[in-house]
Design a protein around this ligand. Structure first.
Ligand code: CP
Length: 312
């Protein structure tokens, strides 16, 4: 593969290859010398058209730890504000010969479109409601390390599924690796036709969480709810917020995950989020750096192996 645009095109073997390499980078990141040379001589540009804490910071750190020259475009201060289009901005940056472009954009499909216009490797850091592939990969690595396997697990994804690229990428990845995925949330926040993805759908937390190995909580993504149904926070927490009582329906050793940013007291109780015996939220962040190192390393190997086309 020359880009990482989504989980959808990846075969299970490619997913395992990224996770296996990421495992090696976890060890490097825990060591005293957090540096390798896999991206030495390469230039990485991060273009985030939407806010980010975890994804942007970890892509930057991942590139630096692998020896790349990393540039963060301050999109709020760029000429996008003067009316330049996404494609013109991308073509301008492309003329500076980057090797890796990391892009987050509010519109589904925007990163895919951009990848067709540039002659470097493009990584999708989240596009609209479409995909967030490195998030699903870091979630998969967290699950594999906590549970010792990434197949035949019962995984519940809870909350605002309709607006979530994280849910979509996770549903695709967990399905490819032969896990059973349950979606739990209010029917108003369930995408239509979701049953076609081979998932089970519940609107009751107690029922949906019964005997699951993994509980993945999602934030209400108000920024994508353009005028539609927005539940009150109190009501939402009462029915769908993860607290000790609801978590008791899951397996005794079930892990609790959240991609962040989390809203304590809305979709998750603060004590559950901080419970080091159940919550792997901090491990997810740690795995994020390692997975992004692995993804960029593998794309760079591909770049070095093939002469690049010169685009008009
Ligand atoms: N999980 C995630 O994508 O977080 P950020 O929006 O902070 O990058």
């Amino acid at each position: 593969h020359s880009h990482l645009l989504g989980i959808e095109p990846l075969p299970p073997s490619a997913i395992s290859e990224i996770l296996d390499l990421a495992d090696q980078y976890v060890a490097l990141n825990r060591g005293d010398m957090k540096h390798a040379e896999a991206l030495a001589g390469l230039t990485q540009i991060n273009m985030f058209f939407e806010n980010s804490t975890r994804t942007q910071a970890s892509f930057e750190l991942a590139g630096k730890r692998l020896g790349a020259d990393v540039m963060n475009m301050a999109m709020q201060a760029s000429s996008i504000k003067k009316g330049e289009t996404l494609i013109d901005t991308a073509m301008t940056l492309n003329a500076m010969h980057p090797d890796l472009l990391v892009v987050r954009h509010p519109h589904s499909g925007a990163v895919d479109l951009l990848s067709q216009k540039v002659n470097c490797a493009v990584l999708n850091a989240g596009d609209g409601r479409h995909e967030h592939p490195t998030q699903a990969l870091l979630d998969a690595l967290t699950i594999r390390r906590a549970k010792g396997r990434l197949h035949r697990l019962n995984v519940a994804i809870c909350g605002d599924i309709a607006h979530s690229r994280v849910a979509r990428s996770n549903i695709l990845l967990l399905g490819k690796m032969e896990n059973r995925v349950r979606l739990i949330g209010p029917p108003t926040l369930m995408p239509s036709g979701i049953a076609d993805f081979g998932v089970e759908v519940y609107d009751d937390m107690a029922e949906g969480l019964r005997n699951v190995d993994v509980v993945m909580m999602l934030r209400l993504q108000r920024e994508r709810m353009d005028g539609g149904f927005i539940p009150s926070e109190r009501e939402y927490y009462f029915r769908y917020g993860l607290d000790a009582e609801k978590l008791a329906h899951a397996k005794d050793d079930a892990i609790v995950m959240h991609p962040g940013p989390m809203n304590r007291g809305v979709e998750i109780d603060g004590e559950i989020a901080d419970d080091i015996n159940r919550s792997v939220i901090q491990e997810q962040v740690e795995m994020g750096v390692a997975v992004r190192m692995a993804a960029m390393d593998l794309l760079a190997r591909n770049l070095r192996a093939r002469p690049r086309e010169v685009m008009a």
